[in-house]
Design a protein around this ligand. Structure first.
Ligand code: TXA
Ligand code: MG
Length: 348
């Protein structure tokens, strides 16, 4: 683990880390969203090692990170005009764009797809590392598959210690949820994953932007404990079971309190994930963690994954989480919470 300065990363350490990537190794590094696990995107063997280290299924491709808009050209077949505008407006930043890929990109890097996901992170350490590698860097989030994404170097080691070469540690990440993934190979553009760049901001620039049905996969659900069909895997999940309670705030609080009581009676150790406005209402729970104020959705997003991991440290059996408004960064937060719950959503 190499500690690096957030604004002026130590050149020696960056070069050391880049050397590992150039030789086909794996380096975890901070971005503005979450920590990524980087490998040379053009080295198929190195990318295979990425999947192995994360225990990630081979059909889920990583994002390719660049340090300059110019680096996009050789990775893609064409740069649509909408992409030019978006890159100018949002890069470096938490927006990943899907392009038709060029033949330069190895098949394993894109999981056999005809497209490639590219982004330029807004973080001096990430940018310095990519520059020093002198290659595009494939980097999924640096967690074991299924776990919440890491927002600190400690989280990375909790999951991947002994499985990777280096972690560059520049402290906690700023945004806390991953980048927004926008597919530009379809018309109108389609958000595949909500994230650090809000849907509202994209619509302001592009006009029509659609939201993939999977983002708020709620219509596939009914009230109570029904799981979304086909969504068997858990994602972003702590070890504990997660239940999300959604609805009008007063009703949510009452329902959460009721569920806490039910689970306590079953002899379970119960956690509640809530907000500053409501945290005093859950005295019956064993562990109450607040995401911050409901008025500060950026703060909520920043704390989300760290708190989900905290419940594991606290060894709770079940986490009852309050839903949040689906506006701005709230859309990404609600998407992650629903996934973490394996779609156990209760309507208050
Ligand atoms: O903020 C982030 O995006 C972080 C940091 C490290 O940059 N990275 C990240 O990577 O979250 P990962 O691999 O955990 O998530 C990448 C997402 C996945 O949902 C994947 O399915 C999608 O991007 N993706 C990658 N390539 C794609 C493609 N060609 N078409 C559609 N989706 C793609
Ligand atoms: Mg991930």
């Amino acid at each position: 683990m190499l500690k690096v300065d957030l604004d002026q990363p130590d050149t020696d350490k960056i070069w050391l880390a880049a050397g590992f990537i150039r030789r086909g190794g794996l380096v975890a590094f901070p971005t503005e969203t979450v920590y990524g696990l980087g490998a040379d995107a053009l080295n198929a063997d190195a990318v295979l090692k990425l999947f192995e280290a994360k225990k990630r299924p081979l059909d889920n491709p990583p994002i390719v990170h660049v340090s300059d808009v110019k680096d996009v050209r050789r990775l893609v077949k064409e740069v649509p005009s909408g992409a030019e505008v978006l890159m100018k407006q949002f890069w470096p930043g938490p927006l990943t764009l899907i392009f038709k890929r060029s033949d330069l990109v190895p098949s394993v890097t894109v999981a056999g797809l005809g497209t490639v996901a590219v982004r330029m992170p807004r973080h001096e350490v990430a940018l310095a590392l990519i520059r020093a590698c002198d290659c595009p860097v494939a980097a999924p989030s640096a967690n074991l598959a299924g776990k919440p994404s890491p927002t600190s170097a400690g989280h990375v080691l909790d999951d991947l210690d002994g499985r990777i070469d280096v972690v560059l540690d520049a402290g906690s990440t700023l945004v806390g949820v991953e980048s927004t993934v926008l597919d530009l190979t379809v018309c109108p553009p389609l958000v595949l994953r909500p994230g650090g760049t809000s849907l509202e901001a994209l619509r302001e620039v592009l006009g029509v932007v659609e939201l993939s049905r999977v983002v708020l996969a709620e219509e596939a659900l009914s009230v109570g404990e029904v799981r979304s069909p086909g969504v068997k895997y858990k994602h972003y999940a702590p070890d504990a079971d997660v239940v999300v309670v959604e609805g009008e705030l007063g009703a949510v609080v009452e329902r959460v309190r009721g569920l806490v009581e039910v689970y306590k009676r079953e002899g379970k150790r119960v956690g509640v994930l809530c907000t500053d406005e409501t945290k005093a209402r859950y005295v019956g729970a064993d562990v109450v963690l607040s995401l911050g104020s409901r008025g500060d959705l950026a703060g909520v997003a920043r704390r989300l994954f760290g708190l989900l991991r905290m419940f594991d440290c606290e060894k709770v059996d079940v986490v009852v989480a309050e839903g949040l408004p689906v506006e701005g960064l709230g859309l990404a937060v609600v998407n992650r919470l629903r996934k973490a719950s394996g779609y156990r959503i209760v309507k208050a």
